[in-house]
Write a protein that binds this ligand. Structure first.
Ligand SMILES: Cc1cc2nc3c(=O)[nH]c(=O)nc-3n(C[C@H](O)[C@H](O)[C@H](O)COP(=O)(O)OP(=O)(O)OC[C@H]3O[C@@H](n4cnc5c(N)ncnc54)[C@H](O)[C@@H]3O)c2cc1C
Length: 397
């Protein structure tokens, strides 16, 4: 495993830097309070990236990508995070399409499905969302009960999904439905592409503790979905869903992982600027300084783990279970970084508008990062995957 960059990769890095330097958008992204405006902004930005050859860096050329190795995608994310650009990771409405629906289609979709959907995702023409979780099926995803029966050339879907991020601004959904109620629970599931404008879909946004409504409940009342939208075969959806989750836990969060290094730098600067009540700066407090040093070391460890996983994923079609090690480490560390931000700011941290610039963004992240150990599988589920699939320990009951 080689973790050094070649001359060609360094040259690519310079090209990325140059492009980012001259193409920073003049307008910043609208507040997430206005999701329709965010959708417009993110899609327009994705279009700009696609037109300039910076979208789908590691995607196949026949569907509009550049066909470059994953390491070039990593380099892009690293430079992108440093360049203070619009959200490029899980905050963007393009995240599901780019990070796991698209890769699932590349892995399991038919030619027709790939050539219709992949260019739309890359070119910023479509937003995707994920309809996996249900009120009684989160960690135990295979217990899902949203029902689909075959009627002619369609599936007719009835049921409910929950926690569907960006459902109300999405065009398509990666939807898991139960197509066989008699079969063992992992065997009767189908992964299907749902057009979110189909008649019979009702979407209700849910307000989170940061006051935003990225999450939704989605209800399906006799929603007709053509059978040709099935990915990976009828009743074979569990296998397809596992590939989606491999991408979600393995490669989807690379952008967020590399961004953490930038967040920590912003936090360090904040600690140099912020006065504690004794009139000294936060950084001169031994406990704060020690926590910062420890986190710097951990961010470097995360970087090394990310490089190793990119290196490994360049030799396989599907990320392995080791993605859960990084996902768990990243999610816990990201929570501690933003917690330290709050400890540096003390009471100022309670008033979003009084803290200027990048630090304000860190406070928003503090609220949102509580969810990092829940989304894409809770920390307990990641620990079970590590225990069972990597360490070979006995299965939990
Ligand atoms: C930011 C964010 C975005 C999300 N976006 C989407 C989305 O777009 N689409 C979508 O479908 N879902 C989405 N989710 C939902 C997410 O996948 C679920 O919340 C998650 O899988 C947990 O399911 P649950 O909420 O039903 O909790 P539960 O499964 O009910 O878990 C409750 C608690 O019990 C623990 N637990 C449960 N089973 C076990 C076990 N076997 N061993 C040990 N502990 C266990 C859990 O770890 C947790 O602490 C999102 C969640 C978040 C936070």
């Amino acid at each position: 495993m080689d973790l050094t960059f070649t001359a060609e990769e360094n040259q690519f890095r310079q090209q990325v830097r140059d492009w980012l330097h001259s193409n920073r958008p003049s307008e910043s992204r609208p507040s997430v309070a206005d999701l329709s405006a965010c959708r417009e902004y993110d899609l327009a930005w994705q279009k700009t990236l696609a037109e300039s050859g910076w979208a789908g860096i590691a995607w196949p050329t026949e569907y509009g990508g550049r066909g470059l190795p994953l390491v070039q995608q990593l380099i892009w994310y690293e430079e992108y995070a440093k360049a203070d650009m619009p959200p490029g990771g899980s905050e963007s409405v393009c995240f599901v399409g780019l990070a796991h629906a698209g890769p699932t289609l590349i892995y399991s979709g038919s030619e027709e499905q790939k050539s219709f959907h992949l260019p739309k995702i890359i070119n910023g023409d479509a937003v995707w969302c994920q309809g996996f979780s249900e009120p009684s099926a989160g960690s135990d995803l295979a217990s899902l009960r949203t029902k689909a029966v075959i009627d002619g050339d369609d599936l007719v879907v009835n049921g409910q999904k929950v926690w569907t991020s960006y459902a109300d601004v999405a065009d398509y959904q990666e939807l898991l439905v139960r197509t066989d109620f008699e079969a063992p629970k992992h065997k009767g599931i189908t992964w299907v592409i749902c057009d979110m404008k189909s008649p019979g879909i009702t979407i209700r946004p849910i307000k989170n503790m940061a006051g935003n409504t990225e999450f939704c409940e989605v209800f399906y009342d006799d929603v007709r979905i053509p059978l040709k939208n099935i990915i990976g075969g009828l009743n074979n959806g569990w296998k397809t869903a596992m590939s989606t989750l491999s991408f979600e836990r393995g490669t989807a969060f690379i952008a967020d992982q590399v961004e953490l290094e930038v967040d920590l730098k912003a936090l360090e600067q904040l600690a140099h600027r912020t006065k504690f009540p004794n009139e000294k700066t936060a950084i001169s407090n031994d406990v704060i300084a020690a926590r910062l040093c420890e986190m710097k070391a951990e961010v470097n460890a995360l970087k090394a783990m990310t490089y190793m996983s990119v290196s490994k994923n360049m030799t396989q079609d599907l990320p392995g279970p080791e993605g859960s090690v990084i996902r768990l480490f990243y999610s816990k560390l990201s929570q501690r970084v933003t917690q330290l931000c709050m400890d540096v700011l003390q009471s100022e941290g309670l008033v979003l508008s009084r803290v200027p610039g990048a630090a304000n963004h860190l406070i928003e992240k503090y609220l949102f990062r509580y969810s990092a150990t829940i989304g894409a599988g809770t920390e307990q589920i990641q620990r079970s995957i590590i225990a069972e699939r990597i360490l070979g320990l006995p299965k939990s009951r």
